[in-house]
Design a protein around this ligand. Structure first.
Ligand code: AFP
Length: 341
């Protein structure tokens, strides 16, 4: 028997243990972040189990149907939002919540307030639920300046001010990818234990990739640099092989693949939607934070994505993120366009 291997296999690094280890590096820490994170993890486990049941939705009445008992059931994205909002408020560690599902930010009752602001999309890619494609939850965490005088400005901050960001992907397995500002780690839910176990330590994105990921159906409205970049992916002029195209249409799945295999994910602005489709606070920022922490880059077409200062909670921005060299190529095309203007 290989005792060393056996010891590794039985020495499980759960996400809670990982965060507690991180916390012990800061003697002044009182465990607030660990408590907040365990409530986020609870929300992810709930959504994971609900998503796994989605195929049975017609039978048991999930997804806005009436179930066999004649009760109205909530749609999965609405249900997921309620679970996250309640878990976050009851943690006693949050002050402001911004959810993709809610038009207004939620200011937590002063008696339950803590120091963190959480921006999140409880179920991103929800139009994919009915066909069983991977979907996910995306979140970012800021620190409030003064919890007794919290204002929207506490969340309208550049992404570089986030303390932590992550996503949970509900796919063939349930994977939570997290960065607390010192690298990126991936944890996979072991359903028999009900625990997220560290399976992808210290994720680094390849410096250059072989895959591009974009909704090419929008190509007729793209600007010059995007059109030129995608053309170069298909017909490279430097002797390299063309890149492969992969596009799920579910940001968490497309970004997860990009993070692990390398390449670039783009949702550019176009003539119809100059700011693209994706939301700054709970899509662009958390994914950009993770990309940078994994050694990649994220660019809006004008600037580093994490430097953007949002003025509205549901603001959108074009986004190009992924392997360092691939994003560098996009930046060069935008710089060339600007110098020709
Ligand atoms: P849904 O939540 O409506 O499915 O949108 C998902 C999403 O916001 C993001 O996850 C995808 O990357 C992007 O939209 C896909 O958009 P297109 O369908 O326009 O390609």
């Amino acid at each position: 028997m290989d005792h060393a291997a056996e010891a590794m296999r039985t020495d499980l690094m759960t996400i809670t243990r990982y965060v507690l280890n991180e916390q012990s590096r800061y003697p002044e820490s009182r465990g607030d972040f660990t408590i907040l994170l365990s409530n986020i993890v609870l929300g992810c486990k709930f959504v994971c189990s609900a998503v796994n049941m989605a195929g049975l939705a017609k039978l048991i009445g999930l997804a806005g149907e009436t179930n066999v008992q004649g009760e109205e059931q909530k749609k999965l994205d609405v249900l997921s939002n309620e679970v996250f909002v309640k878990a976050l408020i009851s943690s006693g560690r949050t002050c402001i919540l911004v959810s993709e599902e809610d038009e207004e930010a939620t200011f937590v009752d002063p008696s339950l307030r803590g120091k963190y602001c959480v921006v999140f999309d409880p179920l991103d890619g929800s139009s994919n639920i009915d066909c069983g494609v991977s979907i996910g939850t995306i979140f970012g965490i800021y620190m409030v300046k003064d919890k007794d005088n919290a204002t929207l400005d506490d969340v309208l901050q550049p992404g570089k001010n986030m303390l932590a960001a992550g996503y949970c992907m509900y796919g063939s397995s349930c994977t939570l990818v997290l960065s607390t500002g010192s690298g990126v780690n991936g944890f996979t839910l072991d359903p028999s234990l009900g625990e997220f176990i560290l399976t992808h330590p210290d994720i680094k994105i390849p410096k250059k990739g072989k895959i591009y990921s974009v909704n090419e159906g929008n190509a007729k409205n793209w600007d010059g640099p995007t059109t030129e970049y995608v053309e170069k992916c298909k017909f490279p002029q430097d002797g390299s092989s063309p890149k492969s195209l992969r596009y799920v249409g579910s940001m968490v799945a497309d970004v997860h693949r990009t993070l692990l295999y390398g390449g670039i994910f783009l949702y550019p602005g176009d003539k119809k939607s100059p700011n693209g489709k994706l939301r700054v606070l709970y899509e662009v920022f958390p994914m950009s934070f993770l990309m940078e922490q994994a050694g990649g880059q994220s660019f809006t077409g004008k600037q580093r994505a994490l430097d953007l200062v949002p003025t509205k909670i549901h603001e959108r921005s074009p986004i190009f993120l992924g392997s360092y060299d691939d994003v560098e190529d996009v930046k060069a095309l935008y710089a060339a366009e600007e110098s020709n203007a």
